[in-house]
Design a protein around this ligand. Structure first.
Ligand SMILES: Cc1cc2nc3c(=O)[nH]c(=O)nc-3n(C[C@H](O)[C@H](O)[C@H](O)COP(=O)(O)OP(=O)(O)OC[C@H]3O[C@@H](n4cnc5c(N)ncnc54)[C@H](O)[C@@H]3O)c2cc1C
Length: 416
């Protein structure tokens, strides 16, 4: 059943079944005077940008071949974290803070749990030295741990242990506790954004962009995987790990997509010390960086290695979790959380980071098409800021302001 034949049903139930839509008139109303923007990709980047483009006066068509929060996408996980550690430099800090307000505002507006401030505990190991970890951005984070940051409390290992006795502080030099940090229910949030987009009059089609046509410095149209063609006034390509395939010359050589595994372990029966009511999101930071999310709903205790995995093809890569990864995760958790020693492996997931060389996102016009934007390069941190960054992105596309030059494509030429 194609999108158009099933539109009536969507209008009744909401495409993703979470929010009932208003009248069909709202969806079908089209003001020809409004600029028409095509957004490709309904993840954390494209979904929020599409919603804010609509709110800022555009007519928006959003397309995605597999749907918002789909299992292949980077935004389709169970949870993502929102913390102030994405706060350096200033633009990220502002996005994180504004996004926290916007997540809470939309949670209220849509009457859906999207964000839960369970806190975050950052633990820096004794062997951690600045700049010796995975990316430059990581060095920024570690510097952040040694600063006095508003909203974060420095705790000695003893103080942290008396607050969270279920965590062993073996080998930890210092910790930072952020009370307001928390977890976002990622996949649910992706559905909610698209239902909100539809309810406010957006047009969604389940198809991917297969080719683009550019002439005289402008993008003139795209062809979708269902054979249809769309000619819009402006274009936003937010295809996450697929961006490099769509634009091999422009971004292909600058984006490295890596395979990242996440594991879910069983918590001991009748013991709530590893549940989100008792434990914050945590990061164990040494020469390797491990992070985890306490158990919630029916999901187990999540744990992952933040180190970059091997290169990965998001469409065809093997999504089976490795035995060596499972074992390493169980050993890591058993050492840091003695009550979880020997915990059974429940399930796992393979996701991907879309890494730029410096860890900064890409927010820039296509070099050969003034009216087309490339928007992505999440580099393992791109989910939490979706609302604030999307709000700004909508403004850039509609001619209000320009992004910080740190997000430009030209920075790659300069550093080449
Ligand atoms: C294990 C893991 C943990 C993470 N933890 C955090 C965290 O705690 N906090 C945080 O902020 N971030 C985190 N991230 C990073 C964050 O999830 C990503 O940066 C973010 O989800 C990327 O969103 P995106 O919209 O760019 O990409 P995606 O979510 O992949 O969305 C891209 C969309 O484009 C669609 N698409 C593909 N090809 C086409 C096409 N040709 N035409 C149209 N559409 C197309 C896809 O179907 C997909 O839906 C984590 C990532 C992983 C993997």
């Amino acid at each position: 059943m194609g999108f158009h034949s099933s539109k009536r049903q969507f209008l009744k139930t909401g495409l993703f079944g979470l929010i009932g839509l208003g009248t069909a008139g709202r969806v079908l109303a089209r003001n020809k005077a409004k600029p028409h923007v095509l957004v490709a990709g309904a993840g954390a980047f494209g979904g929020w940008a599409a919603l804010y483009l609509l709110r800022q006066g555009a007519r928006v068509t959003l397309v995605d071949p597999w749907g918002p929060g789909n299992p292949l996408s980077s935004s389709g996980g169970q949870t993502r974290n929102l913390t102030g550690a994405y706060g350096t430099p200033e633009v990220y800090r502002e996005w994180a803070q504004r996004s926290m307000r916007l997540w809470l505002e939309h949670q209220e507006r849509w009457q859906l749990p999207l964000y839960e401030p369970i806190g975050a505990l950052w633990m820096a190991r004794e062997n951690l030295t600045l700049g010796d970890t995975a990316t430059d951005r990581t060095a920024d984070y570690t510097r952040w741990m040694d600063e006095d940051v508003e909203g974060a409390e420095k705790l000695t290992p003893d103080e942290a242990n008396s607050r969270f006795p279920q965590i062993s502080m073996d080998g930890i030099r210092t910790t930072l506790y952020e009370k307001e940090a928390g977890i976002l229910f990622a996949r649910r949030a992706c559905y909610a954004v698209i239902d909100g987009f539809l309810a406010e009059g957006g047009d969604y089609r389940q198809a991917g962009v297969v080719s683009t046509r550019t002439k005289d410095g402008e993008m003139q149209g795209v062809t979708l995987s269902d054979g249809s063609k769309i000619e819009a006034d402006r274009y936003v390509f937010a295809c996450g790990p697929w961006l490099g395939k769509l634009f091999p010359e422009v971004v292909g050589k600058h984006l490295v997509v890596t395979r990242q595994e996440i594991y879910y372990l069983q918590t001991p029966d009748g013991d709530d010390r590893f549940h989100k009511s008792k434990l914050p999101h945590w990061v164990d930071w040494g020469r390797e960086i491990w992070w985890g999310v306490p158990a919630h709903q029916t999901w187990g205790f999540a744990v992952a290695d933040h180190g970059l995995g091997p290169h990965f093809d998001p469409a065809s890569g093997d999504r089976r979790v490795s035995d060596s990864g499972k074992q390493a995760a169980r050993a890591q958790v058993g050492a840091r959380f003695p009550g979880m020693k020997g915990a059974a492996y429940l399930t796992g997931r393979v996701c991907q980071y879309t890494n730029t060389p410096d860890g900064d996102y890409i927010i820039d016009r296509h070099p050969e098409a003034e009216n087309a934007w490339i928007y992505g390069g999440g580099s393992g941190t791109g989910f939490h800021a979706g609302p604030a960054r999307g709000q700004d992105m909508a403004g850039y596309v509609l001619g209000r302001g320009m992004p910080d030059p740190r997000f430009s494509l030209s920075r790659f030429q300069e550093s080449a």
